[in-house]
Design a binder for this molecule. Structure first.
Ligand SMILES: Nc1nc2c(ncn2[C@@H]2O[C@H](COP(=O)(O)OP(=O)(O)OP(=O)(O)O)[C@@H](O)[C@H]2O)c(=O)[nH]1
Length: 392
């Protein structure tokens, strides 16, 4: 029986606010996938990318690390930049090497050409997941051109899922912090157009149940909001209260698009549920996102092709002008002498249906007028006769 071709790995991009626990979460899922690869011996360990140039040390080994190519401190010094400018510039420099990065990723992570040999050795195994750590300054990654280049390049080759890591105790401290974090997640979802999993981290400190309830049942969010207002003795919560109230209704649709899991990166609780959500999102990516990505890519290619064609047209016109100029030594199409103007006129004779030209037609009319000696010729013919006689 033919063995099933291995599926390409899912790329998990970990994003989240500074201190939400991205790096600890990465360490946890990395360890989980290493154990899995040893236990089932079907896949290679995960392929790990670190895209945070400013991190001092990471508690896991990366296969590709932005810090190997770009020295963040040196970038800041050389370009006289602050911390955020340094991160953006480092990402920009790294994104210029995206072809090489994707070349390595595709070589290491995509299934090899199928061979008859079913005794695959360990070197032919591919990882089941690619995991990517990103800078804590989300906006620097998500809203920068280089972040978009990196994300779209990965999503073009692999099913890609965003893991939005949330600090549960801090986010559920009050309704407005919770709402701000959800709005942030929405903006990332719409900016990246990739499937997203909300990872409520640090559940060993505070479980995710309250947050999930606020998402799934807007009445419970409104009850929490009401309780907060009462505690603060502000009736109805003023403008903020009514804004949060309306938001909770509007966001229902958004929440339905998300998978939500509670995880403790310290204890490992919820990691299995996270990988179940990743599989769901892989299916969603292939069903909904990949065709849309392919459509956008085809549109971009078409635009590029049209632009290239118009450039070629312009270039051809330029070349015609310059080859004519080469022959004549002149760079303008305007005739400069009378004989040139006559040449140009004769060049521009318009061909008629019977094979004659407009000029031929004029000649015929001219002849006819000459033969018509009875005096009933038209004014033009008489003028022509007169010219002929005077030229004798
Ligand atoms: N109790 C608890 N603490 C956690 C958990 N995950 C992370 N932390 C702690 O949260 C703090 C921040 O974790 P990091 O992993 O460095 O967070 P980060 O998002 O990578 O931070 P930046 O690199 O600054 O963006 C550390 O002190 C971690 O030990 C968790 O699941 N439970």
């Amino acid at each position: 029986m033919a063995s099933q071709a291995p599926k390409p790995p899912v790329a998990i991009i970990c994003i989240g606010m500074a201190g939400s626990g991205k790096t600890t979460f990465m360490q946890r899922i990395n360890a989980h996938l290493h154990q899995k690869s040893v236990a089932d011996s079907l896949s290679a360990p995960p392929y790990v990318l670190n895209l945070d140039p400013a991190v001092r040390s990471v508690p896991f080994e990366s296969n590709i690390d932005i810090r190997d190519s770009v020295n963040y401190k040196e970038v800041m010094k050389q370009y006289n930049l602050g911390p955020n400018g340094g991160i953006i510039t480092s990402l920009n420099l790294f994104s210029t090497k995206i072809d090489q990065v994707m070349g390595i990723l595709e070589k290491r992570c995509l299934p090899k050409e199928t061979s008859e040999d079913t005794n695959q050795d360990s070197s032919s195994k591919i990882p089941s997941h690619i995991i990517v750590d990103t800078p804590g300054q989300i906006e620097v990654f998500v809203w920068s051109a280089s972040g978009a280049i990196l994300l779209s390049a990965i999503a073009a080759s692999f099913p890609t899922v965003l893991a939005y890591v949330i600090d549960t105790p801090r986010t559920t401290a009050n309704t407005s912090t919770f709402m701000s974090n959800m709005l942030y997640a929405i903006s990332i979802l719409y900016k990246t157009q990739l499937p997203m999993i909300l990872v409520f981290n640090k559940t060993d400190v505070k479980p995710e149940t309250e947050a999930v309830e606020w998402m799934r049942d807007f009445e419970s969010f409104q009850a929490a909001l009401h309780a907060e207002n009462e505690a603060q003795e502000s009736e109805g919560g003023g403008y903020m209260g009514s804004l949060l109230n309306s938001m909770s209704l509007v966001l229902e649709e958004f929440y339905n698009q998300l998978s939500v899991v509670g995880v403790s990166s310290i204890t490992g609780d919820g990691v299995d549920a996270f990988f179940v959500a990743v599989e769901e999102k892989r299916v969603e990516f292939e069903r909904d996102y990949a065709p849309e990505l392919a459509r956008r890519r085809a549109e971009a290619m078409e635009r590029k092709e049209k632009m290239r064609e118009s450039e070629v047209d312009r270039m051809m016109k330029d070349m015609q002008v310059s080859s004519k100029a080469k022959k004549t030594g002149k760079y303008s199409d305007e005739p400069e002498t009378v004989s040139e103007a006559e040449d140009a006129d004769s060049d521009s004779d318009v061909a008629l249906d019977d094979g004659s030209t407009v000029d031929d037609g004029l000649q015929a009319r001219y002849q006819k007028a000459l033969q018509d000696g009875t005096g009933n010729a038209s004014g033009a013919a008489q003028a022509a006769k007169h010219i002929q006689q005077t030229q004798r």
